[in-house]
Design a protein around this ligand. Sequence first.
Ligand code: SF4
Length: 695
Amino acid sequence: LHRKGESFIPTHCSYCGMQCGMNIRVDDATGNVVGIEPRYEWPVNQGRLCPKGVTAYQQVEHPDRILRPLIKRNGKFIEASWEEAYDLIERKFKEIATKYGKDALGVYGGVSMTNEKCYLVGKYARVALGTKHIDYNGRYCMSSAAGGFNATLGMDRGSTLPWPDLLHSDCFFLAGSNTAECHPTSITWFWRGRDRGAKLIVADPRETPTARIADVHLDLKPGTDSALANGIAHILIKEGYVDNEYVAQRVNGFEDLEKMVERFTPEYTSRLTGVAQEKIIKAAHMYGEAEKSVVMFARGVEQQRKGVDNVGSYTNLALIRGQIGKFASGVATFTGQGNGQGGREHGQKADLLPGYRKLTEPKAVQYISQVWGIDPAEMPGPGVSAYEMLDSIHQGTVRAMHVICSNPAVSSPNAQHVWKALEKLEFLVVNDFFLSETAEFADVVLPTTTWAEDEGTTTNTEGRVIKINQIRKPAGESKPDWQILSEIAARMDRGKHFEYENAEQIFNELRVASKGGKADYYGITYEKIEKQQGVFWPCPDLDHPGTPYVYQDSFPTPDGKANLRVVDWQEAGEIQSKEFPEILTTGRVVFHYLSGNQTRRIDFLMEKCPEPYAEMHPEMASKYNLQDGEEVELETRRAKMKLKVRLTKAIRKDTVFVPYHWGKELSINQLTNPCLDPVSRMPEFKVCAVRLRKS
Ligand code: SF4
């Protein structure tokens, strides 16, 4: 509620891909941020916020904020001036590039920042540092969704429909998504749908708060998603649920799919997935009978070594039912990070340039070189994925790194291996506003602004480009990442390519860089975003209203048709054995965001969930003589750690779940498997073999 002596400034939440609309309360006398109220008029959250959203403002004035640059001397951080920090960065980056070549410099970006910053990180790596080694934390987040959508639909937009449409859908098939905890405000779309008779199917190894309200809960064994999707496709085909006209006109590969799923009978699918046959049949009937249905998934499906195949296999269901490109129907993924969609479109990926252009295409290199004012011959070629880049430090390929808005020391799999890599670096620079676990390894930490201290755009989970507004001036000496990158570029003698005075100038360059690409932002302006409550890309010219519905007439593939992903099921990278007899899976809780660097500093959120735990079924616990609250040692082929047991019947009897929001000795990612999907290079966070011991 609007209080006297306070201003209300509209913006969006800093956390997940819902990017909920909120008003920030600012004390008129001090200019300080003092609270948050939801925005009732914003179409995606309509007045709702989750516990992270309502407390997000507390990070802005938080006493842990880094307010001046820090330089490490004799193992301790000392406050320094920007000039001192830049002097050191310039000297070390130039020294290392001269000695080992420019590719010895690595840039590790993130997608919890604006499109303008994400765009500039790619340009900074390739133009200012001249290195091919650039990748980002979205590799651990959205890369399998991107790979799956590109392969089937010809383009990577995470949602084929605007989410207010969900109110009119007849069936939701949620796979590997604990929506109620990870994207909390979205759950009301499903509650409201159910109130008017829509059906809800949830595929998840745990009976999460989302699965608890489902009509059918498919409690599959971790790592068996494509088997389940193939089993559902088998029933849809056998029992006449295929939209034959749509398939004939708009889809390739149906005969191959029909042949391949022939053996995925309910009995065979049940044997692979551990889900009862009756449930598989019931879910297929429910989905098949719905006139308007949506398949939605998230990291549970994607963070596997066959994540791209999983995404493709679930997308097949929507294609054979003829659901894509229609009102209140389609397929979508939940973006985990605030700008998980936009952050992957503008060139932070090792092999992509802005607008989803490919670095391997000479025309793309030519066009972007011209926008950036460089000779195409100067454009570095494709690098390697996030985990591979960190791993390459051990081989001496990457010697120095600049980490921007990311915390790979917590979020990477096989974390102890990554910590050793970060220790080995000859020079590490980290941009952040709190001292993350990664920043603790750094030689220089540069203080950045929070989301409330700068403006720009993000692209939410629907593909809607929205505006983040500046609420207050930067705290202390902190600066926005775009300004820091531009100033370092000048030190690297590339300043003329980075002459920006504000975020909007960068956005205008991004618009041109994306023009003609698949993620075309050319027709989007700050003004249009405000006027239209966001603009959906593609939006190719200034008169274009944006594209809430994609694929209505054709798919952006050479023949205009979608391609079914015809893939047999394959085992996870690590399977249970006598030595490691149980399955470990990881995920999020409602009170924390990603690596926890922000939410672990908010008292209310820490009171609710102060530490990780090992969630398991009482029958599994009794095998190891474990009681609720006792300590258990979990060990995989990579590491071991101790955690408190939390007993619940809402999980499979062969699976242990641990949330991943903590670092160092509390990091479950010490145990997770870095086995990568061959297409997306996504690590297999969601399944590995583990053994338990009472400690
Ligand atoms: Fe923020 Fe996501 Fe919660 Fe919305 S659902 S308030 S965007 S964390």
